[in-house]
Design a protein around this ligand. Structure first.
Ligand SMILES: [Zn+2]
Length: 205
């Protein structure tokens, strides 16, 4: 990632407008949280410690994971992004072998000058009463000024991905599943989210 040299607002090497277009394509709509998240990922990337390989942690499920996936090589699917849902709007990028990294969070003490942002962040008014344009303008003006930056050392044991054990064929559904889950797969143990799950047209009614 290149360090920005001009005074133009950039997010990980993209102009702000480019980033907003990327958000539309990936996230479906321009959420204020996505604009905020772009600046957070950018700040983290500018402050990475020494190292070559970085993993990411998002402390929320909302917006921030999508910004990490848009702007860094870390995704949920490749395992380099973990969501540890602490309910805090914060992320860390850390060197994967040492755990050394940086954490960026929204500093609630710095929101005083930004009424729309503060209202949005603390959900002080219902969504339909929010002034979307004013909110987006504040996010763009505030940029990284409302964030805090910390150095962190991640407990690597706590983010280790489980190596999967042996797989078996479930006697009920016939699909592969981790043997450790029991006699049948978790889906057949009643944990599947479906009210109905069958071959197309097999209802016969
Ligand atoms: Zn099954």
């Amino acid at each position: 990632m290149k360090k920005a040299t001009s005074s133009e607002v950039t997010i990980c090497g993209h102009t702000y407008d480019e980033y907003i277009e990327m958000v539309k394509a990936f996230h479906g709509h321009v959420a204020p949280g996505m604009a905020l998240s772009g600046f957070m990922v950018d700040l983290a990337c500018r402050n990475l410690p020494q190292g070559e390989y970085f993993d990411a942690i998002s402390e929320t499920r909302k917006c921030l994971p999508d910004a990490v996936q848009l702007l860094t090589p870390c995704t949920v699917g490749n395992g380099w992004l973990r969501i540890i849902d602490l309910g805090r709007f914060a992320l860390s990028l850390f060197e994967k072998y040492t755990g050394n990294g940086v954490r960026v969070y929204v500093d609630s003490r710095k929101l005083g000058d930004w009424p729309e942002l503060k209202g949005f962040f603390f959900r002080l008014k219902p969504k339909k009463e929010q002034d979307f344009e004013a909110l987006m303008a504040e996010v763009r003006l505030a940029q990284a000024s409302i964030f805090g930056l910390q150095e962190v050392m991640v407990n690597l044991d706590s983010v280790k991905t489980h190596h999967r054990g042996a797989f078996a064929v479930c006697p009920l559904c016939g699909e592969g599943y981790p043997e450790d889950d029991g006699e049948t797969c978790l889906g057949c143990q009643g944990k599947a989210p479906y009210l109905r799950c069958e071959a197309p047209g097999s209802r016969g009614d």
